[in-house]
Design a protein around this ligand. Structure first.
Ligand code: GDP
Length: 295
């Protein structure tokens, strides 16, 4: 994950540690290298700028130069800043006071919504002892409904679907079904399109209005770099979601989306998906991610 970024950051740290004396001048040079590494990883320009300015300020103002081991202290400053732009603390999913908890899944077509919906059902069953039902509100593509049913079968989870192209109705009836069967969680998989468009946004907004979800999650393909960040912004402006799920982090992604999204939309990353299999899902912890990036 983010190998290119990790190795460039490591090169910068090693070079700094190799200096006979650490000074303001070589810290400034290292910070420039870090900024280049972030931009190469497709990190949003403003985020990269703010990040490196903060590091510079802390590294020069604070203890790095007078530390027993300035190289190590500098790495710690970078680690802390990375954790901060990734969101600092883990933010859990909200749970309804009165069940069922309703979770709405939104994003572009192909971002991984259907796969994530099934993964989340599996995760909540196994980790939180929950009894979910999946709602097939991607009503325009029979293939999507079948895909959801096939995945749900493998984890023994019911799917609510109807024969009509009425996503709002599917969502509402799935919630009613959960109540009548005493199921504590409803996960609503919605339709996406290849690009942001008004019809898709309106439909998700309508579902949101109709079922008042406890949690709305925006699913985004991390391989799409800055497009992921722009889409995240557009969705947030219309549906004001609660959290982000980054998918396809197992691919050849450079890291830009992961490092920029929290800062740009001010919404926490809640899960990351690292494969097509249903167990390839992890809750997101900013500190652990920062540690992984720094190796
Ligand atoms: P949707 O159109 O948003 O519902 O997206 P899908 O759930 O159908 O996923 C689109 C494709 O991406 C499928 O082939 C999935 O198997 C694949 N996919 C989903 N999540 C991941 C992931 O984390 N890693 C990888 N490598 N593939 C994924």
């Amino acid at each position: 994950m983010f190998q290119d970024l990790s190795s460039k950051l490591d090169d910068a740290f090693q070079k700094l540690k190799g200096e006979s004396k650490i000074t303001d001048v070589n810290i400034a040079e290292t910070v420039r290298e870090i900024r280049r590494a972030l931009l190469d990883a497709d990190v949003n320009y403003e985020v990269a700028k703010e990040f490196t300015n903060d590091i510079k300020e802390r590294a020069m103002g604070e203890d790095v130069l007078s530390a027993v081991n300035p190289g190590q202290q500098f790495t710690k400053v970078v680690h802390d800043e990375l954790t901060q732009i990734l969101g600092q603390e883990r933010v859990d999913l909200s749970v309804a006071h009165t069940p069922p908890t309703v979770i709405l899944i939104a994003g572009l077509q192909g971002s991984g919504k259907t796969t994530f919906s099934a993964k989340l059902a599996k995760y909540l069953k196994e980790e939180n002892n929950r009894n979910p039902i999946l709602a097939a509100a991607d009503v325009y593509r029979p293939a999507a409904i079948n895909q959801l049913k096939t995945l749900a079968d493998t984890i023994d989870t019911p799917v609510y679907s109807i024969d009509q192209k009425d996503a709002v109705r599917v969502a509402k009836e799935a919630v009613a079904m959960a109540k009548s069967l005493a199921l504590d969680t409803v996960i609503i998989d919605t339709a996406g399109r290849m690009h942001v468009d008004e019809k898709m946004m309106n439909e998700v907004a309508e579902i949101k209005e109709a079922v008042q979800p406890d949690e709305t999650l925006f699913i985004v393909d991390s391989m799409t770099g800055q497009d992921a960040v722009n889409t995240a912004k557009e969705f947030n402006e219309t549906i004001n979601y609660d959290g982000v799920v980054l998918t396809k982090l197992d691919g050849d992604t450079r890291g830009g989306a992961a490092l920029s999204i929290k800062n740009v939309v001010q919404k926490p990353i809640k899960f990351v998906s690292t494969g097509e299999k249903l167990d390839a899902l992890s809750p997101f912890y900013p500190e652990r991610m920062s540690q992984r990036i720094l190796g």
